[in-house]
Ligand binder design. Structure first.
Ligand SMILES: [Zn+2]
Length: 238
């Protein structure tokens, strides 16, 4: 991996995922981490610590961790919140990618004890995202990670009270879209509430239809293709 190139074609997909998340509201200096499940079942590749999501350039910026928190491969150190990732992978065999981030609106929303109002399609879709409460600021033990995974349940996003958000996906692409769309949803909810006007209610049967029409595989793949083009344009020499 060429760590100096601006050519996005040289970036790995996990690196692009980090940079795309950073571009869409998930950057918080060097905080936040992204992982993807290792194909051989040995554990998961996790972004190394001490660099921001926007600074990730390639596979060299990830370390391979096992489910006990031991670093198997890679240079650099791992984030201390590795149990967020390990316990979700253990609890959810369908999940292939996880991101824990501090998006501004998602973080503010995590401090509110309320569901999202249906101001937009995304806000309606993510209305019932579960909320996880913990006494500690950081998830650094397997027990805490397990509790977070339990709170996540069958969902793909869990709000971490007064802290941040953890997003998952059956693929890296789906994880990125869930994370970005949830942040959009929180922004819509907070903006709508700040306007002082209530969102129009949606009947349960109508919601069911609407939900089946959003976050489809084709929407995810088209959004991902757009995000890759956008990242490539941003990296073009000026
Ligand atoms: Zn955090």
């Amino acid at each position: 991996m060429n760590g100096q190139s601006n050519d996005t074609d040289q970036l790995s997909i996990p690196a692009k995922a980090c940079r795309i998340l950073a571009r869409h509201g998930h950057n918080d200096f060097t905080l936040g981490h992204v992982s993807h499940r290792a194909e051989d079942g040995s554990g998961f590749w996790m972004k190394r610590n001490a660099i921001g999501l926007s600074e990730v350039r390639g596979d060299d910026d990830f370390v391979l961790m096992d489910f006990e928190g031991r670093k198997i491969r890679g240079a650099g150190n791992n984030h201390s919140e590795w149990p967020i990732h390990s316990e979700i992978y253990l609890a959810r065999p369908d999940v292939k990618a996880v991101a824990h981030t501090h998006p501004f609106h998602g973080c503010v929303m995590s401090g509110l004890d309320e569901d999202l109002d249906p101001y937009t399609l995304a806000a309606d879709y993510f209305a019932a995202v579960p909320r996880f409460h913990d006494d500690a600021a950081l998830i650094q033990t397997r027990q805490q990670g397990h509790a977070l995974a339990q709170a996540l349940g069958p969902h793909f996003v869990v709000s971490m009270a007064n802290h941040g958000v953890t997003s998952c996906g059956r693929s890296i692409e789906q994880m990125v879209c869930n994370a970005i769309f949830y942040e959009q949803a929180c922004k819509a909810h907070l903006t709508g509430r700040a306007s002082g006007r209530a969102a129009s209610p949606i009947k349960p049967a109508v919601r069911q239809i609407r939900h089946s029409q959003v976050m489809t595989d084709s929407h995810i793949s088209q959004t991902w293709a757009f995000l890759l083009r956008e990242e490539a344009r941003a990296c073009e020499p000026k």
